[in-house]
Design a protein around this ligand. Structure first.
Ligand code: SAM
Length: 379
């Protein structure tokens, strides 16, 4: 299935390339962060539209892919420090790091911070992740698009800060900075925060809802598009609402004032804790967050809800979810997805629902990814 999907995408990519445009980044072609900088942005949108429509043939059709700002959109970039380089891995090659001087996908302030950190930290020993020796593993830059707040975190292999002197003149430029310990063999850009150098969190804001972003917490990668999608979801929410796969609760909190009550269900405990903090910050009374497996939860609570929001991981829903969801007998289901192929498969399995509308959103310009929202109506 995966191969078939890849073939469809590759065929479409070849036919949409057109005359091509000059890539804005000198690392294009080497760096694995982008795939389409040499394709005009209008063509990227057409490619993604045809891709989604190909997958959903006979089920639904998107009229267009909602565009994003094509560059400077990313809220987060994890820059590897290894082999004397700081940057991203070469496309398809885990062992090769491309020495990135500057990244046009990152938002401007976080990109500028990265450019400076390359120089500031040039004498700090990096980490050889093939032989497991050395110190600095990742520099993680995050920026909240609507508040402009910037975070810089340093992921290291030992519980000590060997960069105090170098970082001292830099820290006033960011709102939050932390030292993170990642001392295992796994190549992780998160871990235990063992020293807060500045702040401790940044805040993003969507239509007045504040989201606290801590060093290890997830947040959507493109705030402009996430906000567009959340506004669309909200139009379909009413009554007692279940937000399955709720992550850090960003959707639940955003739609809470359109619902009588929202329950967010998420399996990762830390994400649930973040949801509860954000609930408190926003003084939202009618939302609750539960740490549970979606399947276990829905088996026990089929009859309790008026609205259902699904936002599963890329792999889609567990097949056993289909039965209990159908038994909820809701008029409408809201399905947000970061993988249209698994979304299509899940929708097909929900046999007693038809797609009332399907929209696609370009959350990741210059890359093959596309997100979607399907509104399902009971037949
Ligand atoms: C696409 S993300 C949803 C993000 C979320 N809407 C947000 O904005 O934070 C999918 C989420 O599903 C969670 N997840 C994966 N498997 C799960 C399961 N079996 N039960 C509950 N949550 C699960 C993941 O931890 C992840 O947070």
């Amino acid at each position: 299935m995966k191969k078939k999907k890849k073939r469809l995408f590759q065929r479409l990519a070849d036919s949409h390339r057109g005359e091509g445009v000059a890539p804005v980044c000198e690392h294009f072609g080497q760096c694995g962060g982008c795939m389409f900088q040499d394709m005009a942005y209008e063509n990227q949108l057409l490619l993604k539209k045809d891709y989604v429509n190909g997958l959903f043939e006979g089920i639904a059709e998107v009229e267009e892919v909602h565009p994003s700002t094509p560059f400077n959109y990313r809220n987060r970039m994890d820059m590897v420090a290894a082999f004397g380089k700081k940057g991203l891995r070469k496309a398809g090659f885990y062992k090769f790091v491309v020495d990135i001087k500057s990244c046009p996908l990152m938002q401007k302030k976080s990109n500028e911070a990265f450019v400076d950190l390359r120089t500031i930290l040039q004498d700090i020993q990096d980490y050889d992740y093939l032989n497991h020796s050395g110190y600095l593993r990742y520099i993680v830059l995050r920026q909240a698009m609507f508040t402009g707040e910037v975070m810089a975190n340093f992921v290291v292999s030992e519980r000590e800060n060997r960069m105090e002197r170098e970082l001292e003149p830099f820290l006033h430029r960011v709102d939050s900075s932390s030292m993170i310990l990642s001392d295992g063999l796994a190549d992780l850009s998160f871990g235990e925060v063992f020293q807060t150098l500045r702040g401790g969190h940044i805040t993003e804001e969507f239509d007045g809802i504040k989201y606290r972003i801590t060093p290890n917490s997830f947040f959507q990668s493109n705030s402009e598009m996430a906000l567009k999608m959340y506004r669309r979801l909200k139009e379909h929410v009413h009554g007692k609402t279940l937000d399955l796969y709720s992550g850090v609760g960003s959707i639940s909190l955003f739609v809470a004032d359109a619902a009588s009550h929202v329950t967010g269900v998420e399996v990762v405990e830390e994400a649930v804790e973040t949801s509860c903090i954000n609930k408190k910050i926003n003084e939202i009374e009618n939302a609750d967050f539960i740490c549970a497996d979606a399947l276990d939860y829905i088996k026990e609570h089929r009859e309790d809800f008026d609205s259902l929001i699904l936002d599963p991981p890329r792999s889609g829903m567990h097949p056993k979810m289909i039965g209990p969801i159908r038994e909820m007998k809701l008029d409408k289901i809201i399905y947000m997805s970061c993988n249209p192929a698994t979304c299509r498969d899940d929708i097909k399995a929900l046999e007693d629902y038809r797609v009332e509308s399907l929209e696609a959103f370009d959350m990741f310009p210059q890359t093959p990814h596309v997100e979607s929202i399907a509104i399902l109506r009971r037949k």
